[in-house]
Design a protein around this ligand. Structure first.
Ligand code: FE2
Length: 190
């Protein structure tokens, strides 16, 4: 076994904090062009710039076979009728998959096959594990009323490519209809 200092970490599934690890924070201003309703986005931003989500990362090692993980915490809320979400990304190493484990709150993941555009909305809640295959863009969405927290475990070599999805956005959106999340094609939004 190689010598790795960080064999054990302690994470808090409610606050999203991992002791001693860096945390990236994304505010509403960081999510420009993610939401379909740009007028509602501008109005919300004019009223303030709330924290939307944070990700604490643990990188125990960087070898070819190593794993890393992140603890995400996504706040509840909507822009128009579209739920708060993460930016979403592909992996720089496109073949790299990932496991997400729901810890608290009620969420879904939006998965989009990069080649075909086929999209799926998959539940992400406590006691649920979601497998994100390679070549799949993935975004996490809070469809509940409390913070959504989750762990994502991925190959150390995966890398995060945000630019592709920032340019074209996801093909589908997840919006609230009669109190339930539904996935709609972006092009069909009125
Ligand atoms: Fe990922």
């Amino acid at each position: 076994m190689q010598t790795i200092e960080k064999l054990l970490t302690r994470f808090d599934p409610l606050t999203g904090v991992i002791d001693g690890e860096p945390t990236v924070k994304r505010h509403l201003r960081d999510l420009r062009d993610c939401f379909a309703d740009s007028a509602s986005y501008d109005a919300a931003l004019a009223a303030g710039d709330p924290l939307i989500y944070s990700v604490a990362s643990v990188e125990p090692a960087n070898g070819a076979g190593d794993l890393q993980y992140g603890l995400g915490r996504l706040m509840p809320g909507c822009i128009g009728n579209e739920y708060f979400m993460t930016k979403g990304h592909l992996h720089s190493w496109r073949e790299a998959g990932e496991f997400y484990f729901g810890l608290s709150g009620e969420g879904v993941m939006l998965l989009e096959n990069e080649k075909t555009g086929e999209s799926r909305m998959v539940s992400l809640r406590p006691h649920q594990a979601v497998y994100v295959p390679g070549l799949t863009a993935h975004r996490t969405i809070n469809v509940g009323t409390t913070p959504l927290t989750y762990l994502g475990v991925f190959p150390a070599k995966a890398g995060h490519d945000y630019s592709a999805m920032a340019e074209r956005n996801f093909r589908c959106v997840v919006v609230e209809r009669n109190g339930e999340p539904v996935m709609l094609e972006r092009k069909n939004l009125s």
